[in-house]
Design a protein around this ligand. Structure first.
Ligand code: CUA
Length: 172
């Protein structure tokens, strides 16, 4: 009977650890399942979709707009993005280290970002405005200072920006 108690305790302990440290096992689990796209957080900046020149807002061939961003301790890259108002914007994000959670203050929009995988969601910001993007998942010592910014601008203003200017903006 004692052995069963020990095994039960061990299982409970493991479940408790996994449930609080799930972000540390996310990556192996994603690799194991093979579902979705698997990225190596260590080489994000060097190759593939999330190289620096590919970050920020980019127009697709069909006129669709995609924003690519990396979350990492304790910044968003780019820190500030400019997008047009009233247009569906597809966010594609990943993490270079641990789990981060960004929320667009003043909206219901939020994104959980996990290392090794791409989080994708499409949001439309109806009106121009400035939205702070704080991190809402405790991610380490600099968590409380981790914030980006989204500038939603009138579509004609966005259209006048050069591709390089769409990648980043003045952080105010
Ligand atoms: Cu990133 Cu908290």
């Amino acid at each position: 009977m004692k052995k069963i108690g020990f095994v039960a305790a061990l299982i409970l302990f493991t479940v408790a650890i996994l449930s609080t440290r799930y972000y540390m096992v996310d990556l192996p689990v994603y690799h194991f399942l093979g579902g979705g796209e698997v990225l190596d957080p260590a080489t994000l900046h060097l190759q593939g979709e999330f190289v620096e020149s590919n970050l920020g807002a980019a127009e697709g061939p069909s006129g669709s707009l995609t924003v690519r961003m990396i979350a990492q301790q304790f910044v968003f890259v780019p820190q500030c993005i400019e997008v047009p108002a009233g247009v569906p914007i597809t966010f594609r994000m990943t993490s270079a280290d641990v789990v981060h959670m960004l929320s667009f203050l003043g909206t219901d929009y939020g994104l959980k970002v996990v290392p090794g995988a791409v989080t994708e969601a499409t949001f439309t910001f109806a009106k121009p405005g400035t939205f702070k993007i704080p991190c809402h998942e405790f991610c380490g010592a600099g968590h409380y200072a981790m914030r980006g910014q989204l500038n939603v601008v009138p579509p004609d203003r966005f259209a006048s920006l050069l591709p390089g200017e769409r990648r980043t903006c003045e952080l105010r």
